[in-house]
Design a protein around this ligand. Structure first.
Ligand code: DC
Length: 240
């Protein structure tokens, strides 16, 4: 079976997770949410009373000692840290507030990038999304995309998501937090948020979710058509 790794990087609220999951479905590939790995580790640290700013050695120790795995039988795959399902904690405000601290620890990034590569070896037909998937984790990926959107649009999307989940949302506050997190993600030394030279940048500000997924699906099919024969893409890869 041919290896097929598609990377999708971009800032918070660019719609990467949803787009990556739907794109993977349409193409018959698996989907890896690497932000969930950083969030899961953050939740686990906080629940163990480890302060991600003051106790970085302990955070690194946890990252090294606790297996981070996904249950691939569920859709989307559920994250487990040290065999505990932490899915319900991933979007909690304390986790969102501290995840950049955890993600900026270089030793943590090394452990998680290695875990992502191991996952890709076990699931070699993958859409993987994050900040450094095309630049650091999979520099030789088959195809790379960078999704972006104006900060205001991203804040509105996050607010809509929260409201749809029955939670209250202050768009101005979300915008401030998104901007701060982007700044931290873009300015850290290790695995910063960048658009790799060989990635295709897509501004989704004016596009609906379904339009983004369809655009990416068309681009993938178009780009792969010349390189790979149908049978290389597996029986579940239907050509449009
Ligand atoms: O995509 P997200 O909001 O779930 O990401 C959560 C945090 O993890 C965000 O601050 C960026 C960080 N992250 C990262 O540094 N590298 C990745 N590959 C994925 C996420």
């Amino acid at each position: 079976m041919a290896i097929l790794i598609i990377t999708l990087d971009g800032p918070a609220g660019s719609g990467k997770s949803t787009v990556a999951r739907l794109l993977a479905k349409r193409l018959g590939l698996e989907f890896l949410d690497t932000g969930a790995m950083y969030r899961g580790l953050t939740a686990y640290c906080l629940d163990q009373g480890i302060d991600p700013v003051e106790m970085t050695d302990e955070v690194v120790e946890l990252a090294n000692d606790c297996p981070i795995t996904f249950d691939w039988a569920s859709d989307p795959p559920q994250l487990r840290i040290a065999h505990r399902d932490v899915t319900s904690r991933l979007r909690d405000p304390d986790v969102t507030g501290h995840v950049s601290d955890v993600a900026s620890i270089p030793q943590v990034r090394r452990v998680l990038v290695e875990a992502q590569r191991r996952i890709a070896r076990e699931h070699p037909r993958l859409v993987t999304e994050g900040r450094d998937q095309g630049s650091v984790a999979f520099p030789n990926a088959t195809l790379k995309f960078f999704l972006d959107a104006q900060p205001k649009v991203r804040a509105k999307r996050r607010a809509d998501q929260l409201r749809a989940a029955g939670k209250s949302a202050d768009e101005a506050q979300i915008l401030e937090k998104i901007t701060r997190r982007d700044e931290r993600d873009a300015n850290r030394k290790d695995g910063p948020l960048i658009c790799p030279d060989d990635a295709q940048r897509i501004d989704t500000s004016e596009l609906a979710l379904d339009e983004v997924v369809s655009l990416l699906e068309d681009l993938v099919r178009h780009r792969l058509e010349g390189d790979l024969a149908d049978e290389d893409l597996g029986s579940d890869f239907i050509w449009g």
